[in-house]
Write a protein that binds this ligand. Structure first.
Ligand code: HMG
Ligand code: MG
Length: 303
């Protein structure tokens, strides 16, 4: 079987993870998390988002976080920006890569960003233009690719159409989001096959939430389909504010353990990452959502 030699992990814990935590998190704790993560060898970190604080209060301090983190050379520090207002705030904070998000489900789009899929794509046009003028890289997310909390099954052709549009608009990579974590490996493979006809596979990323415990097998299924980029959240932090019951992304430690076992390089130090994961869990007062992180933590306490 042909698996990639190198995989890029995009750490989304500080954004996708923390955006859904109930307990308020200080700017200092967010900064510490981001700095811990970059020290582990992660080269892409989604630090926060510039969205309405009424909708997502946990992301309110993102500008302060960007101002205080250590900008390590070679690391991409990205922000989620839903509209021009968000992009302008990101630019003011010195951000050089942003992400936009559209849904493959009409009803999820209405609930999450208050407009139709088409309207959301139109909203990105001025954003893409300004990002292009400023030389920023833009990543595109598609949500609900393997199911929607309101509509149920989503046609893979619909996912492919949204992905194609985002790619044509200038997104350099399309991250396919199983927002509610319902996908299983064969569905994942079929989805990549269909989307891969519209967007080159080397430009696709997998973004699997772990609600039904399938995220890691879906990562493996995607690797078999030639996907080489995965989003993951340290300690499995997070959920989705608009998808009831959705848990966090697949834990970065768990994906890394899998990749290490497969002999796939990432440049990331698993021991350091586990320590970072446990530290943020202690700050949040929650159980570690990474099986690998918990196992390594238990082993080190037993020594
Ligand atoms: P809107 O069109 O202005 O309409 O924003 P609105 O009624 O939803 O928002 C109104 C208020 O938000 C106004 O303030 C705006 O100024 C303000 P008010 O007049 O009421 O005081 N506002 C903003 N404030 C700060 N920064 C901004 C901004 N834009 C408007 N950029 C919008 C529509 C989508 C921007 C808004 O609804 C919003 O920010 N929603 C939050 C969406 C969000 O963050 N969702 C979670 C992230 S997506 C996700 O997690 C999925 C993903 O992980 C992939 C996957 O798992 O599938 C990416
Ligand atoms: Mg997500």
């Amino acid at each position: 079987m042909n698996l990639p030699e190198y995989v890029r992990l995009v750490e989304v814990g500080p954004r996708d993870g923390l955006q859904n935590e109930q307990r308020p998190i200080s700017v200092a704790d967010k900064v510490r998390l981001v700095d811990d993560l970059s020290a582990c060898g992660l080269s892409c970190i989604e630090v926060g988002s510039f969205v309405s604080p009424k909708w997502v209060p946990q992301m309110a301090g993102s500008a302060e976080v960007f101002a205080a983190i250590e900008w390590r050379p070679g690391v991409t520090y990205a922000a989620l920006t839903p509209n021009l207002k968000g992009l302008e705030a990101a630019l003011a904070a010195g951000v050089r890569e942003v992400a936009v998000f559209a849904s493959a489900s009409e009803r999820f789009s209405q609930r999450n960003i208050n407009c139709s899929i088409d309207e959301s794509l139109q909203r990105f046009e001025p954003l893409m233009q300004l990002a292009h003028e400023q030389g920023l890289r833009v990543r595109g997310y598609v949500s609900c690719v393997l199911g929607c909390p309101y509509e149920g099954a989503i046609a893979k052709e619909q996912v492919a159409a949204v992905a194609k549009t985002l790619f044509a608009m200038g997104c350099y990579e399309i991250s396919l989001g199983d927002t509610i974590g319902v996908g299983t490996p064969n569905a994942t493979r079929r989805l990549i096959e269909t989307v891969g006809r519209e967007v080159p596979r080397e430009r696709l990323a997998g973004h699997f939430h772990d609600t039904f415990g399938q995220a890691l097998v879906n990562v493996y299924a995607s690797l078999q389909e030639g996907v080489e980029v995965f989003d993951a959240s340290v300690a499995g932090l997070g959920g989705c504010p608009y998808a009831k019951g959705a848990t966090g992304n697949v834990a970065t430690e768990d994906v890394l353990y899998l990749l290490n076992g497969l002999g796939i390089r990432t440049g990331i130090d698993l021991a350091a990452l586990s320590t970072a994961g446990q530290r943020i869990c202690n700050v949040l007062g929650k159980t570690n959502g990474s099986r690998v992180g918990a196992a390594l933590g238990a082993a080190s306490r037993a020594e």
